[in-house]
Design a protein around this ligand. Structure first.
Ligand SMILES: Nc1ncnc2c1ncn2[C@@H]1O[C@H](COP(=O)(O)OP(=O)(O)OP(=O)(O)O)[C@@H](O)[C@H]1O
Length: 775
């Protein structure tokens, strides 16, 4: 079977499985109208025309079934119809569907006056359409056959039919108006406020059970537990299904994974001849980290529940290569991979078949490049033939087969120059979704021009690493996320972190918190400290002294951990209801830990995009969330940097928190402002920590290592951030205190001492041999 062509079922009209869910959302309808224009341009307008029919049809159904339609729904329908009218596409769709729509509206009319008012408008629009259709038809006919007079039989018949239809709909309208006239009507129409919820505001009354129970719908509803599409899903899925290359930019936690997995599964299961394992890989999803690889794989497995013939699989660093080879030999239809391991198999596993490859997805595209996979990505594109084909396209050669066979997708909550370059070398005439408000940004402009440089992705990485003026953009952050910063001098950082964590875990019985550190050593040290440091507010000997200071289950996750430990930490934290995760940026991208309420950035993230992804682990999909950023007084300019990207933070009321803690029964006076450095609680806890760490050799060693790598990481800030995060401005003795050390450890490591000793020995040796020679 030749799978390089789109399957026949690609037409949305022919695919009731998924499209109704998406098509039925007014947001989707609006997008479909955009897609209509786009697609008419590229000559496949008929697909979208059919899509629009399905949209209207489903809207009618919703109106029929539900009496609790929100105003926004009715308004969206009105808007869509208005759009269709303005763009003069009315004659395409209205003729056959107006009756259905009117029936739906009339039968299912909601008692709410605001919807009724909108319905009036919709009726008026419908009758305008109908007149337009009639006029257009008559004009077309008379142009085709100028000899036929107006009194000829056919138009007359047609006219009569139309009149009958008009009369019946008019009578329905009248019936309805009678009902409406007997209801009180307020004097002014309230304007619905725009929602920033990840779900389309107009969809909240729309249940999945309102539409026919198709196989895929059933699987979605049952297996994923979703009821309505998120805004980005409603916007992007129809475009992805249409086969266009797509660049998606949407806030964290808005369901981007489904944006690419759902259409791929949907289109693959529709192939007339079922896909076989021996066909090899059809879709390739590239992700930056192993954890994300496992996460996407898990979602894919759920989606494929009903389609056992489509085989999911993953390959990633840390896994057994031989086993992966065996799996690839058998065939994996949808493959999730990290770039390094994928490249390895592309070069060394001859049985890896990818001749049928149709989709390449870059999830968290910017992160893939920032982690240094730029070269690997270029090589992958070359080996898969995706880049060369694109280059040929741009040179204007015949690329018909390519256009049909490959569809590349790039997704991230943050975009930058590196993604711009990747987009230019991998996407052909992409549709940019989620960048509507950024049309004037340099990135959107360059992409639309198809402008691309000869620089490699890694070269881009180096010069674009800092905050270039070109790449400044406002990031999408969840509206409900509460963002704050806490200003703490380095000597009190540890105490403040512990106090805030204790207060958060005491405040709520189920609490999930993620704390980000800059280095793996810092994670290890704090993880051990939190597990071992015990303290009781009661000094009496009979009191339970065995309580952990931060009493919760804690996990740690970073790139230097064994593969299995990483896996356990990821799964463990995901499944706990109340827990603490200490991690590096390895957990910043894409990971979807359920119910995380607070993100603490104990070490600042560096580039603003990293900030966005870290805080994106909370406040996902409209849920509540808080983010707290630790800054030292000398780093406070970082707030301006975040502001340049539209990220604004308020100060955290730290004194209030500290006032909660009592020293053996003595409460502080809340209204008395004491500086952190002289705060009795801070002094007391700092001393307790230092004493504890000095008596635990293992912990002390961890603290020293963490201190050294922390300072090194601090010097590694790039670009303009170097001016904010300067080691010179720090008091290293105070930094040591933040690791519970009484004295500042030498920054010169053990290896340096050994090297120096070796050098000395060699010098001594050469001197003595010279002396021997001369004597
Ligand atoms: N239509 C939907 N209804 C309800 N929940 C959904 C829907 N779509 C996705 N989700 C859930 O939303 C959560 C976030 O999804 P996902 O991880 O795909 O977001 P994302 O946009 O990729 O986030 P990030 O940018 O952090 O990677 C997941 O738990 C997913 O199961």
């Amino acid at each position: 079977m030749d799978h390089t062509q789109l399957p026949k079922g690609n037409s949305i009209q022919k695919s009731p499985i998924m499209c109704r869910w998406f098509a039925s959302s007014p947001a989707a309808i609006k997008i479909n109208c955009d897609a209509l224009i786009d697609n008419i341009k590229i000559g496949i307008g008929f697909v979208i025309r059919n899509h629009l029919k399905v949209c209207l049809f489903t809207v009618c159904k919703v109106f029929n079934n539900s009496l609790n339609i929100l105003i926004a729904e009715a308004l969206a329908v009105k808007e869509t119809l208005l759009f269709v009218l303005q763009e003069n596409y009315g004659n395409i769709i209205v003729e056959s569907y107006s009756k259905l729509l009117i029936d739906g509206l009339a039968n299912g009319i909601c008692p709410d006056w605001r919807i009724q008012a909108t319905v009036h408008d919709i009726f008026d629009l419908m009758s305008t359409y109908n007149s337009m259709v009639l006029l257009a038809k008559e004009r077309a006919k008379s142009e085709q056959n100028p000899n036929r007079s107006r009194g000829d039989e056919k138009p007359a018949k047609h006219h009569a039919r139309f009149q009958r239809r008009e009369e019946s709909s008019r009578s329905r309208r009248q019936r309805l108006r009678v009902v409406l006239l007997h209801r009180p009507r307020p004097s002014s129409h309230p304007v619905p406020t725009p929602s920033r919820s990840p779900f389309s505001p107009s969809l909240s009354s729309f249940a999945i059970s309102d539409v026919p129970n198709e196989a895929f719908m059933f699987s979605f509803a049952e297996k994923m537990g979703f009821e309505i599409p998120t805004q980005i899903q409603a916007q992007a899925i129809p475009v992805v299904v249409s086969g266009r290359h797509v660049l998606v930019n949407a806030a964290t936690g808005t369901g981007k994974t489904i944006v690419y997995l759902a259409p791929i599964v949907h289109l693959l299961q529709m192939y007339e001849a079922r896909v076989q394992r021996s066909d090899g890989t059809y879709a390739l999803v590239l992700v930056p980290t192993r954890e994300l690889c496992m996460q996407v794989y898990a979602i894919l497995q759920k989606l494929l529940h009903c389609f056992h013939w489509i085989v999911p699989g993953y390959i990633m660093g840390g896994e057994n290569r031989a086993k992966e080879k065996a799996r690839l030999r058998k065939g994996i239809s949808i493959l999730i991979a990290t770039p390094g391991r994928l490249l390895d198999h592309l070069k060394n596993t001859s049985s890896f078949k990818y001749t049928n490859l149709r989709w390449i997805v870059f999830d968290e595209a910017d992160s893939i490049l920032e982690l240094g996979f730029g070269k690997a990505v270029e090589e992958i594109l070359d080996l898969l033939g995706s880049r060369q084909m694109n280059d040929i396209c741009k040179k204007g050669k015949d690329t018909n087969s390519v256009k049909i066979s490959r569809q590349n997708l790039l997704l991230s909550a943050t975009l930058n120059e590196k993604v711009n370059h990747l987009a230019n070398i991998s996407l052909e005439n992409p549709v940019m979704i989620g960048m509507e408000h950024k049309k004037d940004s340099p990135m959107a402009h360059e992409l639309s021009l198809g402008n691309f440089t000869s620089a490699t992705l890694d070269e881009d990485l180096e010069d674009g690493g800092g905050i270039s003026s070109q790449s400044i953009e406002n990031y999408n952050l969840p509206a409900q996320l509460v963002q704050r910063y806490v200003k703490v001098s380095s000597g009190s950082r540890l105490v403040v972190l512990l106090s805030i964590l204790r207060s958060l875990f005491q405040g709520q019985t189920s609490q999930k918190i993620v704390v980000f550190f800059s280095t793996c050593d810092a994670v290890d040290f704090h993880y051990s400290l939190f597990n071992e440091f015990k303290w009781s507010p009661n000094p009496l000997p009979e009191a339970n002294q065995d309580q952990k200071f931060v009493s919760c289950r804690s996990f740690h996750l970073h790139g230097n951990m064994e593969h299995n430990d990483r896996r356990k930490a990821f799964q463990g934290f995901s499944s706990e209801k109340s827990a603490l995760l200490l991690c590096t940026d390895v957990a910043a991208r894409g990971l979807d830990f359920p119910k995380v309420r607070c993100i603490i950035q104990y070490d600042s993230p560096g580039e603003a995009s990293e900030y966005v992804h870290r805080v994106g682990r909370t406040a996902r999909l409209g849920e509540k969330g808080e983010a707290l950023l630790f800054l030292q007084p000398v780093e406070i300019d970082y707030l301006h940097d975040l502001q340049r990207h539209g990220v604004c933070l308020k100060e955290y009321p730290l004194q209030k928190d500290l006032a909660k803690f009592s020293l053996y029964g003595q409460k502080h006076q809340k209204d008395k402002l004491i500086s952190l450095e002289t705060h009795p609680w801070v002094l007391f806890l700092q001393k307790a920590l230092e004493t504890f760490i000095s008596t635990e050799p293992k912990l002390k060693k961890l603290a020293k290592d963490a201190f050294c790598t922390w300072v090194r990481a601090y010097t590694a800030h790039r670009g303009e951030l170097k001016k904010i995060f300067m080691v010179k401005k720090l008091h290293l003795g105070h930094v040591a205190r933040s690791f519970g050390l009484k004295e500042q450890p030498s920054l010169v490591g053990r290896s340096h001492h050994i090297e120096a000793k070796k050098r000395k020995r060699n010098q001594m040796k050469s001197r003595s041999s010279k002396r021997r020679k001369s004597s």
